[in-house]
Ligand binder design. Structure first.
Ligand SMILES: NC(=O)c1ccc[n+]([C@@H]2O[C@H](COP(=O)([O-])OP(=O)(O)OC[C@H]3O[C@@H](n4cnc5c(N)ncnc54)[C@H](OP(=O)(O)O)[C@@H]3O)[C@@H](O)[C@H]2O)c1
Length: 351
């Protein structure tokens, strides 16, 4: 079984890692510093020009109407893939497709409506895709909302961030697993965040009913996504599903996430707006996901993100895995709770 590589945690180790990274750069990107590192680190200047041809491959990108998801869809379509963008708003979908076609006139890109905060909608999308697509070569679990000031609930009664960012993607992955298994090299990339490091899976109050802190609920949802990515890889290996699972985060990128979440006039929004010139563009933020989705050398079970400025921006690297995300027992419990909450079932030899 492939081991998930745990990146160093202490500041001393992190400093050492930065030093090793610099040394690697000096050596022209050839890493010879310990086997795991040598095998795992992406080329720091990897960019969309390095995406191998995706002709003949089919991708589903959730939240491809703006931000990183849009950039994922555009780059994948530009590399020859057939791309399905799944999000809520058909008008935003059509606008995204028009913009992609401006850049890539022969892009094969389509829109499918889905509300990830509504399990009936997720199941309906799964049913449509299972009848219309021959297979799926890539699923990018990207859509999210962040820190709405007031607690709201999904169509199924779940806290909205957990529902959208995590449970909807858990259910969607189960829905399209049959399509992914028809591919001979399917990849699932799940978006997390540096916020996951502040997250805790609170099984006693998973839906933030007792206490709602918008940022804690976001962090929990992003930690859940990260644990899901690792658990999906472990289960795929154990159950022989033949798919590869990756995690990625964009650092901090200037997208619609803040405006549509806490709002630009919130304390968080004002701080964010003050520093926005320093953050990644959505295209830069998308590189970690695109690397995980397409690079031949990307390794299943890894977590990719920018390597500079405490992973807020900078060249592509291995992301730090928060200690909580390494807890395989909690990940297994979360998986089981998620199956119960969503009714989604992944095939298991044990059942
Ligand atoms: N921006 C950052 O600095 C940052 C940092 C760390 C991690 N991330 C992660 O990066 C990913 C992309 O975020 P972004 O920053 O690009 O945000 P964004 O610009 O706000 O895009 C979010 C996308 O999610 C879709 N979406 C939201 N709720 C949905 C729902 N219920 N059902 C279906 N689609 C839904 C939206 O589409 P419609 O509104 O058209 O439905 C939109 O396309 C997220 O997973 C986020 O957590 C972002």
């Amino acid at each position: 079984m492939t081991k998930i590589r745990m990146t160093p945690q202490s500041s001393g180790e992190r400093t050492q890692r930065s030093g090793l990274l610099a040394l690697g750069l000096l050596l022209g990107g050839v890493f010879q510093v310990g086997n795991a590192f040598a095998q795992s680190a992406p080329k720091p200047d990897w960019n969309t020009a390095d995406i191998p041809s995706q002709a003949g491959r089919i991708f589903l990108v959730t939240g491809g109407t703006s931000g990183m998801g849009y950039e994922d869809a555009k780059a994948l379509a530009g590399a020859g893939a057939r791309v399905v963008i799944a999000a809520r708003n058909p008008a935003r979908g059509e606008a995204a497709i028009a913009r992609i076609r401006e850049a890539h006139p022969v892009a094969q890109v389509a829109f499918e409506a889905v509300d990830l905060a509504d399990l009936a909608s997720v199941r309906a999308l799964g049913a449509r895709l299972n009848t219309t697509l021959p297979r799926l070569d890539g699923l990018i679990n990207n859509a999210a909302i962040m820190a709405p000031p007031e607690r709201t609930t999904s169509a199924d009664g779940f806290e909205a961030q957990l529902a959208t960012n995590y449970l909807g993607h858990f259910a969607l992955t189960a829905e399209v697993l049959p399509l992914l298994r028809k591919s001979d090299a399917a990849r699932v990339v799940t978006l997390s965040s540096i916020a996951a490091a502040r997250g805790r899976i609170d099984f006693d109050d998973l839906q933030s009913e007792r206490a709602y802190d918008p940022y804690a609920a976001y962090a929990q949802s992003k930690l859940a996504g990260l644990m899901f990515a690792f658990e999906l890889q472990r289960r795929s290996e154990a159950e022989g599903w033949g798919i590869q699972s990756f995690a990625a985060h964009p650092g901090v990128a200037v997208t619609e996430l803040i405006e549509r979440g806490p709002g630009l006039d919130s304390a968080f929004g004002r701080n964010w707006a003050r520093d926005r010139d320093q953050y990644h563009s959505p295209a830069q933020g998308a590189l970690s996901t695109l690397y995980a989705a397409t690079a031949v050398e990307a390794q299943a079970g890894q977590y990719y993100g920018p390597a500079g400025d405490d992973e807020r921006r900078g060249p592509l690297g291995l992301a730090t895995v928060p200690a909580a995300a390494r807890d395989a027992d909690t990940a297994a419990r979360l998986w089981s709770v998620s199956e119960d909450l969503t009714g989604a079932r992944f095939p298991s030899r044990k059942r």
